[in-house]
Every structure is written in C-alpha cells, then in structure tokens.
Design a protein around this ligand. Sequence first.
Ligand code: ADP
Ligand code: MG
Length: 280
Amino acid sequence: MTSAPHSPARTSERPLRIIALANQKGGVGKTTTAINLGTALAAIGERVLVLDLDPQGNASTGLGIDRRQRRVSTYHVMTGEAPLADAVVATSVPRLLVAPSTMDLLGLELELASAPDRSHRLRGILADIGGDGTSTEGVSYVLIDCPPSLNLLTINALAAADAVLVPLQCEFFALEGLSQLLRTVEQVRSALNPRLSIQGIVLTMFDPRNNLSAQVVADVRGFMGEKVYETMIPRNVRVSEAPSHGKPVLLYDLKCAGAQAYLRLASEVIQREGRVPAAA
Ligand code: ADP
Ligand code: MG
C-alpha cells in the first residue's frame, strides 16, 4: 500500500522473511524466543530486526535498550509519526537490530479505531524495509514480538507476516490455547493476508523430569505433526537470568542448554525455508 514515494530501493540479495511470534497466552516464551532466535539467526549470518510490538517492551529491555534509546518507538512508527528506520537501534549483537516499544502502544488500539488501514498498517510500514542507505539495509529477517493477546497489535503482526512461529509452553492447557490461535490465523489468512503460513511451533520450557511435559509433547506432536520443530527449548535458569543483564542467553552463557537449543532452532527455521546458510 503506502510505499513512501522516495523510499530507497532494496538491493540485498537475501530475501526478506517476516515472522510473527504469536500466542495469546502470556509467559510462554514469545519474547525469549524473539531475542534468542534473533541472536542465533544473526550469529549464523542473517541480518535480523526484532520489532517489539508489546507495550511491555520486554524484548527491548532484554536486548539492553534503555529508555533514552526509545525516544522513537514502534508506537511512533505505527501512528505514522516516524518512519521505521528512525526507530531502529543497534544491539550488542552484530547484525541484530531492534525497533523498541514503550507503554504508549497501549493506547494505539483506541487511536487507530477509525483508521481504515488499522489492521494492515504494519504491513504498509514493512513494505518499505531494507532500503539501501537506511538503518534497515540488508535486513533478511524481521521477528515481530507480539503482545499476549489477539488484539489489534497481533492482528497487525499477522497481517504483515509471511509466517507465524508459535512458542508453546509444555503445560496442560497448551493445546486449548493453540486451537484458538489457529482459528485467528485462519481468519487473518482469509480476510487480510492469504500468504500467511505457519513456520512452526516450538515447545518451550520443556522439563524432561516432568511426566506432564512429555505427555504435552506427545499430544502437540500428534495434533500438529511436522509443524512442530524437533528442537525443544528446555527450562533453563540461564535463559531466565539473561534478560536482567540486558543480554541474549547466547551472549550470557553460550554453552548452556538453552543457548544451544536456540542455535538448533535457528538452523531448523532457515532449513524450513530452503535457505542456504549465509556466510557469517
Ligand atoms: P512471553 O513473551 O510469551 O510472555 P517470556 O519470553 O517473557 O514469555 O517468558 C516468560 C518468563 O519465562 C520470563 O521470565 C522468561 O525469562 C522465562 N523463560 C522463558 N523461557 C525460558 C526457559 N527456556 N527456561 C527458563 N525460563 C524461561
Ligand atoms: Mg512477551
């Protein structure tokens, strides 16, 4: 839609993929996956933008972005007050960028209520990404960290994405929430974004000593088959400690089981797309 008249051309050779990390449940590992899958993809040579679409801003904080670096945020981008390129900041990880969020996003739904493009605003914004000479030059992956709700922000993410990646916590009600999410994906596909696919489902906080975890894994694999990644992210205290240091777990403790799992997940993600690993 609204391609800015002077937006510079995108000449990067690596195709752009936009992936929304969505699950309407909170605390299932969306943000942790955005940060650490993003870092792992950057480590294997992709150029990654984590777009923080949660008013909580946990992805921005976990990547070490303080308040002063959020003067231009995804709120300003979504309201049209600033171009995306102005919100983008570098992180301590080479090739990993973030567009941070602030609490202002909480008001967006009301502000956009009567805008005709309210559901596909982000899609218009991302249509311009990657122009030469801009802060998003060469970006090959956008990972959108969604809020824990199927609200207008999540709808915008699904309408803008090529694919959705669902983090699913290994717990009793996992499948119930998944069905609701899949219905929403189906609705967005038919009303707004026919190319939306499911990249995959990643089981998070897996605990091999817990029988229930194993049962949930069996049920989810039975229900969703090949869509479930082989890699499961184990429950790992290093993963939960890393954000308070403003670091992805891959920088905080590369050798821990959680960091290694996110590296394996990144290679599964690019394999599913038939991509050749970039030369890092
Ligand atoms: P969401 O974004 O879906 O709300 P988060 O990624 O913020 O979920 O994760 C919720 C909490 O669980 C956070 O405190 C996070 O540090 C913790 N957590 C996430 N993944 C793991 C893991 N693999 N092992 C241990 N703790 C984790
Ligand atoms: Mg989150």
